[in-house]
Design a protein around this ligand. Sequence first.
Ligand SMILES: [Cu+2]
Length: 108
Amino acid sequence: MRRWITFAAVSVVTVASLVPWATPAAGAAARVKANDNFFGPRRITVERGTRVRWVNRGSNPHTTTGKKWDKDIPVGGAASRVFKKRGTFKYVCTIHVNQGMRGKVVVV
Ligand SMILES: [Cu+2]
């Protein structure tokens, strides 16, 4: 019985690694800097399933805020989000939006 369970578990892992759509682009990552007070790059294009990571390189706190997410990017810290759907996702820093701190993630 134990042997069968081990075999079944190994089989599932093997099949998952062979079927591309079973594992959504694991490991893909992209970085955006949150500077004072602008994102760099302001626009990035990534593949579906990519984790976009915003890293605070400034001395002000920032946020990454889109229609479907709202995360703080603390001083010395970071925030991230995986983009699973294609499309253009605009976002802002709610603290500095009036200074034009905006960005865009294009998911292809
Ligand atoms: Cu900001």
